[in-house]
Design a protein around this ligand. Structure first.
Ligand SMILES: Cc1ncc(COP(=O)(O)O)c(C=O)c1O
Length: 381
């Protein structure tokens, strides 16, 4: 081990078109260079409230509690389970792929009895099957699904599920919106979603490190009625006392520069318009998916449930998926994802946040075709 300082950081300039993180929106990077404030400074307080107000508009939820956790998407998932369930509760989880299975695991770790409603990779769990599971387990206190399954590119029909659960108020609806917030239409209050969580590194276009959450009034009532304590860092009431109540009460040292970044990307989202931003994600993703299919490749998700911003492309027989991925990275400077553990061989191409454009779609697609041609894959661009 030497004692000398290393060379200054010089990360490569990549086009991040995997399942996330995406490239950071320039407005977020610029915001992170602004003067640092203390977490209780009078000037930070209106900034926190504006972040909350803007998140409410993006989630479309004016009630309950909305704020960003200082955490990643997984912690948003865990925070919901730990605040809204108690050990011994029955929880139903629609788990067709990797992140649904992660909810199953975290719910078990939270001490819940989990009813798994499984489907194969790429196949969404039909709402009818979830409702049957609820009929068989009417005491279930929570039902969870993944709105956008980043491990397969499958989009869950969440609006219909919310509608069907409106006459089952004792079962809270939890939705993983990690890949959909800011890129796919979401109407949390209208659809009756009691708990949603997301991240900042995907369609929102900021760096990873925060997890915007939305809790309904019914969710807050469930939280208030609990008989067991929740972990201090995730306690909804303590978080509210810092983020929303005034004067703020210290709970943790907030990541001020990340909050600036989130503020600026949310501001840019509202300037663009939430609907226009979602339409941009749809246009870019659909364009890529049309080109993928026209080239003779296939997609893992069902066509009627295809998530625009994440295309999981099946790897043709005989092609080394990892070799293609690393050539894309090293020769073209483009990151795409591979399959997660247990999944069939695939490349996962994300067009999220600032990368949700048809130009970026063409750049990734053309590079993929160029690499596949050198490998002798049966494709026709
Ligand atoms: C659908 C989904 N849920 C949860 C997560 C976990 O988020 P994080 O990696 O930020 O903890 C991810 C991450 O990619 C995801 O795509």
């Amino acid at each position: 081990m030497t004692n000398s300082a290393p060379a200054p950081l010089a990360p490569s300039d990549r086009l991040l078109c995997g399942p996330g993180p995406t490239n950071v929106d320039p407005v977020a990077l610029a915001a992170m260079g602004k003067p640092m404030l203390g977490h209780l400074d009078p000037d930070i307080q209106p900034i926190l409230l504006e972040v909350v107000r803007m998140l409410r508009l993006v989630y479309r939820n004016a009630e309950g509690l909305v704020l960003p956790l200082q955490a990643t998407g997984t912690s948003g998932m865990e925070a919901g389970l730990l605040n809204l369930t108690e050990p011994g509760d029955t929880v139903i989880v629609g788990a067709s792929a990797y992140f649904g299975r992660r909810i199953v695991e975290l719910a078990r770790r939270a001490g819940c009895e989990v009813v798994e409603v499984m489907e194969d990779w790429g196949v969404h769990v039909p709402n009818g099957r979830l409702l049957e599971a609820l009929d068989e387990n009417p005491a279930a206190t929570l039902l969870a699904v993944v709105h956008g399954e980043t491990s397969t590119g499958s989009l869950h029909p969440l609006a219909e599920l919310g509608e069907a659960l409106k006459d089952r108020p004792d079962t809270l609806l939890m939705a993983d919106c990690v890949t959909t917030l800011g890129g796919t239409e979401i109407d949390i209050a209208g659809w009756g979603v009691d708990y949603a969580y997301s991240c900042t590194q995907k369609c929102i276009g900021a760096p990873p490190g925060m997890s915007p959450i939305s809790v309904s009034e019914a969710g807050m009532e469930r939280f208030a009625a609990r008989s067991t304590p929740v972990p201090f860092s995730f306690d909804f009431e303590l978080l509210r006392k810092y983020w929303i109540d005034r004067p703020p009460v210290y709970h943790h040292t907030a990541p001020i520069l990340h909050i600036y970044a989130l503020y600026e990307v949310l501001r840019a989202t509202l300037e663009e318009g939430v609907d226009a931003r979602c339409a941009r994600h749809v246009a870019a993703g659909t364009h890529l998916q049309e080109r993928v299919l026209a080239a003779g490749l296939s997609l893992i998700a069902e066509p009627d449930h295809q998530l625009p911003q994440l295309s999981a492309v099946a790897v043709p027989q005989g092609i080394d998926a990892k070799a293609v991925q690393s050539e894309l990275l090293l020769e073209h400077g483009i990151e795409v994802g591979g399959g997660l553990p247990g999944a069939p061989p695939m490349w996962r191409i994300g067009l999220m946040g600032p990368n949700a454009t048809t130009q970026t779609a063409d750049r990734v697609f053309d590079a993929l075709m160029a690499v596949l041609e050198t490998k002798g894959a049966p494709v026709s661009a």
